[in-house]
Design a protein around this ligand. Structure first.
Ligand SMILES: [Fe+2]
Length: 230
């Protein structure tokens, strides 16, 4: 772990592959942990709802990990062999975590009178996964990103980011955008949304944001966006 690292204030955040998406994942992990803790084991609907949320959360986490493996680690390895070894080991560890969480979720689903105990185990295991993920994301931001920034040009880093974003199917993009916008500061949110508006045709932008917000949204209504996503 790299928790003692001095934060590199020289790193330009706009060229940081991890900044916005990791803030979104931290928010999503935190909300997921709280939802698991609040679910009432005696209420079928609440249990079903939280298990559906967990399945979607693990899908999204797996997508994120796969993007990093395919679009970041492969590129780093081609130039700096071994440069992404630590992050890749963490990713393998995460895959074990995903399958354990899926198994514990199935146990909750199939449980009888011991459902509360099974749900508590799932909650505890998710908390450990989240702790690992927080450490892992910190290491990526403070070890791997500075390594990338030192060996790749800003244009190449933009290219990596573009290759990640352009490979995400629309439904996944909506899910990522919800968390990334929800976790951003107000001014970051305005910058992100304005950039997206400039990058796509008006009707595509409107459709995307109707899906993100779950309702039609008028560009500039930041108050409503904050209310829905934050
Ligand atoms: Fe990662």
């Amino acid at each position: 772990m790299n928790a003692e690292t001095q934060f590199d204030t020289k790193t330009n955040v706009s060229k940081d592959l991890y900044y916005a998406v990791h803030k979104g994942i931290r928010l999503a992990n935190a909300r997921m942990l709280v939802a698991l803790g609040q679910a009432d084991a005696t209420n079928e609907d609440e249990v079903r709802d939280v298990l559906d949320k967990l399945a979607a959360h693990l899908d999204l986490s797996l997508s994120h990990l796969t993007h990093e493996n395919q679009k970041i680690h492969d590129v780093v390895e081609a130039r700096l062999p071994g440069g992404s070894d630590h992050a890749a080991e963490d990713h393998d560890h995460h895959l074990v975590g995903f399958s354990e969480l899926r198994r514990l979720a199935r146990e909750v689903e199939q449980a009888g009178g011991d459902r509360a105990a099974k749900l508590r185990r799932l909650y505890q295991r998710f908390a450990l996964f989240m702790a690992d993920d927080l450490t892992h994301m910190h290491d990526e931001e403070t070890e791997l990103m500075p390594l990338i920034a030192a060996h790749f040009s800003p244009e190449e880093i933009d290219g990596i980011e573009h290759s990640i974003v352009s490979a995400i199917p629309p439904a996944k993009m909506v899910a990522f955008a919800k968390f990334m916008l929800g976790a951003a500061s107000g001014s970051e949110r305005v910058t992100m949304v304005t950039g997206m508006r400039q990058a796509m045709p008006e009707e595509v932008f409107e459709g995307l944001f109707a899906a993100i917000m779950g309702e039609p949204w008028r560009f500039g209504d930041w108050e409503r966006m904050e209310h829905v996503l934050c």
